[in-house]
Design a binder for this molecule. Sequence first.
Ligand code: BGC
Length: 721
Amino acid sequence: MNAKLSANQRAHELVSAMTIDQKIAMLSQSQPVDAHYGAAGFVPGQPALCIPDLVLNDAGQGVGDAQLNTTAFPAPIAQSSSWDPALQWRFGAALGWQAWHKGINVQLAPGVEIDRVPLNGRNFEYMSEDPYLAAQGAVAEVRGIQSNPVIATVKHYVANSQETNRMTVSSDVDQRTLEEIYAAPYEAAVKQGNAGSVMCSYNRINGTYACENRDTLTTILKRQFGFTGFVMSDWGATHSTVPAANAGLDMEMDVKPGQYFTAPLKTAVQDGQVPMSRLDDMVTRIVRPMFAVGIFDHPAAAEPAAAAVNVQRPQDIALARSLSESGTVLLKNQGQLLPLTGNGKRIAVIGPGAGPAGAQQFYNGAGSGHIPEFGAKSDVVTPLQGITQRALSDGDVVTYADGSSAAAASLVGETADVAIVFAGSQDSEGVDRSTLDLSSGNCSFVVCTPQPVDQDSLISQVAAANPHTIVVLNTGGPVLMPWLNQVQGLFEAWYPGQQDGNAIAALLFGDVDPSAKLPETFPASQSDLPTRTPQQYPGVNDAAGIPHATYSEGMLVGYRWYDAKHITPLFPFGFGLTYTTFALRGLHLSAGRGRPALANATFTVADAGPRLGAEVAQLYISDPRNAGEPPKQLKGFEKVLLKPGARTKVKLAIDFRALAHWSDSAHRWKVGSGCYRVLAGDSSSNLPLSATIAVGGARCKGAKLHVSNALLRRAARGHTT
Ligand code: BGC
């Protein structure tokens, strides 16, 4: 308990004082899921050794599981749409604070898996189809959580892209794709964020379960990334004692008390099947981050009192609202119908997502990320409430139809100046969506609530009755929009959390300027998806009956696929409108020192429109053709808030990894010589600024900057994503 020593020293001192039984007791949970005051996991403390309880709890959209009186923030996909890591840090910090006051000291978040398949029922729990964007969010959230005496758990490691057959499917993925796309957000969370814990996933990777996969756990995560914390299994993802322990799993978690990392592990250690040094390593890895984040020195609130406590602070509720405002993407605004201005308007609010019943369903996704997991929350502001209250101040009149009858809804819409239709689907852990459209319902594995109506047809009918129709979507991922040409306005609000109604009202009425951008491509048709064959998704069984999902699209995930195949999506990655307009000008490249920047890209962003607003300036790199990379990839961004007429300079660093690719033959990251194009703009499909960097002596037409091999060598050391 000497706080002057380093976490590492304290961990080693502690482990060297432990008996084998005391060590084993750290490695699994003693009670079934939720038994300890509604938390998913509980590893009892050992007072004789001053080891506090470990209380592990879900946290995708707030402090979840069966915890009451916590804040339901917007879903991670909505947070990521803000392209604002500083805001994501604040989310992490609030999450950790609420957790600690609930007696929780391990958060089972953030989810950083790459959104490979838009049908994935857990799409909403993750951050993006792009590893760079997901990495920035992951680092911010981990740092925010661990600014409290609480450990963050990055999940679900790795290539955990679908819920169909989630317990058995093998994700068959090549090494380069694994390194460049799927493992990259974990790498950043571990190297830059210092995440204390990583959760291995249910699926197999190349035939071996993720929680007993030596390649991913030991070779990549622990050796290559230098991860010094612990790997816990997803609940029920441990399948063995000796193979799992020797492959690199450190903690068994399950819905029932531990069965592999208990007495069988003790026997395996005594028999020499698992070395004692490995057992020591497992325990050291668990207690080291406990010391590092302060769990020993600042014990979490004690139960049973903590279970009942209301941990919501006014600033948390305000944060939930600003996250939702910043994460709701404006996708269409024909004829500048939005924001709603003027007085005395007649506003029709329509649809299952707007009223009390629907909002309970759509404010966040289902499964272990839901707040609270099994129940309703009483302080959710519905869109109907939020809009009605805001409309009052403009003297507007709001009418409402729940959308259960399209004919009745059209009638309400017809007599209004503007009709706002809320449509959505409640995606869930445990089950994938069967289609990308909104015509049929979705059943989550927790609750089965099929939509009462065909929402595509509802929107179409309302739009036919009122030309000024706005759609607000509450979905966990991309959807198809057969009615898009009929409507004038469109928002994607994802799962906006408990401040749903206030946030959407602020955006509709222009109290806040929309500033979010899509973290995922919206396809025009389901047949355009990168995963087109059953072999890719959901996978086909091998002779032994094991399903295999073959990642044959390789690195062509999301916009990388659409670019490479010249397919125009419905809405591209990085796209989102605002109520003002921005101009980007004058891309300039300057030399960096190699650690970390090889080069810096500078350009001006100006608010050329009439309103205060925020723009997300985006930087992509297009590698030389012989590198074998996708056409272009996001490598930098910055969100800037500007007053009308104001301008600012954005400076984005281009580091080693921005130009590097994974070399299978060299087994490391490499930057080849050649001409690298730097592209900047406001979405992946609008990149008006460009310049070329000549690398390693390459001769490139019009190159603005040369990067020497000597600088590359300096930059190659100690890089991260
Ligand atoms: C989920 C995890 C979650 C765990 C504990 C599992 O079913 O996949 O994301 O952390 O349960 O609730």
